[in-house]
Design a protein around this ligand. Sequence first.
Ligand SMILES: NC(=O)c1ccc[n+]([C@@H]2O[C@H](COP(=O)([O-])OP(=O)(O)OC[C@H]3O[C@@H](n4cnc5c(N)ncnc54)[C@H](OP(=O)(O)O)[C@@H]3O)[C@@H](O)[C@H]2O)c1
Length: 324
Amino acid sequence: MVRALTQDSSGWDALEVRDVPDPVPREGQVLVQVHAAGVNPYDWHYAAGQPLIARPTLGGLTGPRPPVRGADLSGIVAAVGPGVTAFAPGDEVFGFGASGTFAELALAAVDRISRRPAELTHVEAAAVPMAAVTALQFLRAAGLTAGQRLAITGAGGGIGHFAVQIATAWGAQVTGVCSTRNAAMVRELGASDVVDYTREDFTAGGRRFDVVFTNAGRYPVRELGRVVVPGGVVLTNDGSKEGLLGPMPDLVAAPLVARFRPYRVVNVSATESGEDLAVLAGMVADGALLPIVSATYPLDHAVDAIRQVAGSGHARGKLVVKLV
Ligand SMILES: NC(=O)c1ccc[n+]([C@@H]2O[C@H](COP(=O)([O-])OP(=O)(O)OC[C@H]3O[C@@H](n4cnc5c(N)ncnc54)[C@H](OP(=O)(O)O)[C@@H]3O)[C@@H](O)[C@H]2O)c1
C-alpha cells in the first residue's frame, strides 16, 4: 500500500490522505517513486468540482477519476510495464502522471515523461510539466518570433513565469503583468517592462503588442484591440473558474468576436508531451529556464497547496508537494 491524497466524491471534504493499493504499470507505462509533485489549477478544478458544467468530466456522480489528485511528478522509475525499453528502474524522470501524483507511487506513460534535468532538484523538476508545457505550446501557437512585443498577464504565476522565460529566450520583448510583490521576480526572469495591475491597466497606457497572452485577470477579447496590433495574436488562457459555466462563455465568444477584429484569437488545450518536456529540459541545461518554487508542502498538507493555486489565484511561481 502507498499513501496518497484521494478524493472519492466531489467536494473539498472528500479529500483525504490514506493508503491505496500500489498502482501496477501496464504496457507503455512506468511506475515512479514520486519524490515531488507540482500543484496546478487543474487539481483545484477536480477538488472543487468547478466549473459545474465540467463536473461530468471531473468525475460526475461517481466521484473524481482518477481518484488520486495530482498531475505533475518528478521521481525515480521503480518498475516498468510490459514492452517498455526507453526507461529502466533507477532512471530519474519528470513529467505527467497517468495516475494521481500526490502519492508515493504513480504511473506514467513513457511518451509523457522525460529524463530529469541534472540541473534541477526533484522539487524544481516537478514544477515544470503542466505549466511550462502549456506556456511553450501557447507561445508556439502564436508563432512568436524574435523582436516581437509580448504582454503576459499572470506573469508571476505558474504558466506566466515560464512564459516570460521562454519568450525572452526566443528573443521577444516581454511585458509582464503581475501584482506588486511579483514585479521584481518577473523583471529578473527577463521581462523588460512590468505593469503592476493593482495600480495600472496595461491595456490603457498606450502600449502596443504583437501578442497578448492572458493567463489571469478578466481581459475580454473585444477590449484587447486597444493593445494588439493589426495582424497580432491574442492567446486566451484565462477566465473565471467557478460558477455554472466557468470560462466557457468567454471561450465561446472569443473566436466570434475575433471575426470582426484585425487580430487572431488562439486558445490551446495543452497536450501532455514528452517531446516538449525534453525541449524544456534542454532550455534548463542552457540556463534559459529555471522554475521558481515559492513553497513546498508535505503530502499531509497538499490540500492547502491546492487551495492556494486557484482558490486565491495569487500563487507565486509554483507550489510543490514534496514526498521524499
Ligand atoms: N489551456 C490549457 O491547457 C491550460 C493548462 C493549464 C492551466 N490552464 C489555466 O491557466 C490559468 C493560469 O494557470 P497557472 O498555473 O499559471 O495559475 P497560477 O499559478 O495560480 O497563477 C495565476 C497568477 O495570476 C496572477 N493574477 C491574478 N489575478 C491577476 C490579474 N488580474 N492580472 C494579472 N495577474 C493576475 C496571480 O499572481 P498575482 O499575485 O501577481 O496576482 C498568479 O500568480 C488557469 O486558469 C488554469 O486553469 C490552462
